[in-house]
Design a protein around this ligand. Structure first.
Ligand SMILES: *[C@@H]1O[C@H](CO)[C@@H](O)[C@H](O)[C@H]1NC(C)=O
Ligand SMILES: *[C@@H]1O[C@H](CO)[C@@H](O)[C@H](O)[C@H]1NC(C)=O
Ligand SMILES: *[C@@H]1O[C@H](CO)[C@@H](O)[C@H](O)[C@H]1NC(C)=O
Ligand SMILES: *[C@@H]1O[C@H](CO)[C@@H](O)[C@H](O)[C@H]1NC(C)=O
Length: 420
């Protein structure tokens, strides 16, 4: 049995939507903020800002996606001076979500996209997917009130089915999207901060028979993530395989950036002992930290001459139940692998893959999903339960469990990104 199927069902709260339709709440948006521009791109779960930078006096925000067949939305929450979340605000994405199904055809109770990076923030831009409408969406974040999102242009067709993950390259001014349905592949878009997204050629093939369905049959064999390396030499699509027997390893499919464009030729790597290639974050230009639900995590080395990867560290995490998502804090020199099925965050030394003491989080979380690290080393995680957990990684102390039952049911919630 696949470990993910052991995930506890999220506690289902009664739906009590705080807003219906594409309305904003503008309450509590103070005007006196320091503007801070020119930061580098923020990676999924990564922390590429100045380490320990203190955003004095500035309102910050956290975002996730309500990936909803009834109409999707970004939920923005204000992040206070003390790192605590408040005041959820809903903004429609003008499209629909798709809910992946279990092998028996029933809808997934949580983790409806099986992906990392369904919401990405870079500079004052936010990108997300309308997984059921096959679209990628771009918003402008108002630096004076980062809960206030304005769509830039219109949602753009991803030319495939069920987009699940999006990443942005500041260097290339390009966003790329991974489609993980019956029509799978990678589509890329030029990004104009005022006019939005325009397709950079047609959808790129994965170069092999991905053999998925629309909606995807999860969790085995689903598309996981798309990610640019820090120098934007290439973009990497990460896809799960099948435990079998016979086992089919997962795939990493790379496309080279040439003359400012993402190439068409897929370069596929399969590592024989990695089946469920999932939440990935760059540790450096040549090293990728990747979680794997059946054993823990791995560190992969990238050869940019060939675009092939090889496994440097195979990190078996004893007693883990479902490590799926990942994050990295450069200043704390630690990679994080939250367990999606138990209230614990595993910690890895990125230099050698050695495991440090795990960090306990509240039992009520039931485990942690999509995670992102912000200032003061606070990690924000969508919980398995209907809540967002805030963990101080430096003090190894929990800060807050923000209950989302006022926002809606847990089921369609996915992704986690921070501004700035
Ligand atoms: C969509 O709406 C239907 C009918 O109101 C409801 O039963 C269902 O739970 C909603 N789906 C989600 C994911 O919110
Ligand atoms: C493709 O998917 C179908 C339906 O799930 C399955 O029967 C078949 O074995 C799969 N083929 C491969 C090569 O994975
Ligand atoms: C794993 O669980 C077993 C049985 O509960 C326990 O004896 C062992 O110490 C645990 N290992 C770790 C690394 O926590
Ligand atoms: C959130 O609040 C609801 C309603 O009060 C409660 O039933 C639920 O257990 C809470 N969830 C968490 C994770 O604390």
């Amino acid at each position: 049995m696949h470990a993910l199927s052991l995930l506890p069902l999220a506690s289902v709260a009664l739906a009590a939507p705080f807003g219906s339709g594409p309305s904003h709440s503008f309450g509590g948006g103070p005007d006196a903020h320091d503007h801070w521009f020119g930061h580098g791109s923020f990676r999924h779960g990564g922390h590429h800002g100045a380490p320990g930078h203190y955003y004095g006096g500035m309102t910050r925000a956290a975002y996730f996606l309500d990936n909803n067949p009834n109409g999707s939305a970004i939920i923005a929450l204000t992040v206070g001076e003390d790192g605590q979340l408040s005041n959820p605000v809903r903004t429609s994405t003008n499209g629909y979500g798709a809910i992946s199904v279990n092998p028996d055809g029933t809808p997934r109770a949580v983790d409806t996209l099986s992906s990392q990076g369904s919401v990405t923030v870079s500079g004052d831009m936010l990108f997300t997917v309308n997984s059921g409408s096959n679209e990628v969406v771009m918003f402008h974040i108002d630096p004076r009130d980062p809960s206030h999102l304005t769509m830039v242009g219109s949602p753009a067709s991803t030319m495939g089915e069920v987009p699940v993950s999006v990443d942005y390259s500041h260097e290339l001014r390009t966003a790329c999207v991974l489609n993980g349905g019956a029509v799978a592949g990678v589509s890329c878009f030029y990004v104009d901060p005022f006019h939005g997204l325009s397709a950079q050629g047609s959808m790129r093939s994965l170069g092999y028979d991905f053999n998925q369905t629309t909606p995807p049959t999860a969790p085995a064999g689903t598309a996981s993530q798309i990610i640019f390396d820090p120098a934007s030499k290439a973009v990497f699509a990460i896809l799960k395989g099948y435990a079998g027997p016979p086992a089919i390893p997962g795939s990493i499919v790379a496309y080279r950036a040439e003359n400012g464009m993402i190439g068409k030729e897929p370069v596929r790597t399969q590592v024989s002992d990695i089946i469920n290639d999932f939440g990935s974050v760059f540790l450096s230009e040549t090293r990728l930290f990747m979680t794997e639900v059946s054993f823990g995590a791995a560190i992969l080395d990238i050869d940019y001459d060939t675009l092939k990867l090889s496994e440097e560290e195979h990190i078996i995490v004893e007693n883990q139940t479902a490590i799926c998502w990942s994050a990295y804090d450069e200043a704390l020199n630690t990679a994080y692998a939250p367990d999606a099925g138990a209230p614990v965050v595993y910690t890895v030394n990125p230099s050698n893959g050695a495991q440090n003491t795990p960090i306990a989080v509240p039992d009520e979380t039931q485990g942690l999903f999509d995670s992102a690290i912000g200032s003061k080393h606070y990690m924000y995680s969508l919980a398995a339960a209907n809540a967002i957990n805030v963990l101080d990684l430096e003090a190894e102390k929990n800060v807050q469990l923000f209950n989302l039952s006022s926002v809606g049911d847990r089921m369609p919630f996915t992704g986690l990104a921070l501004w700035p």
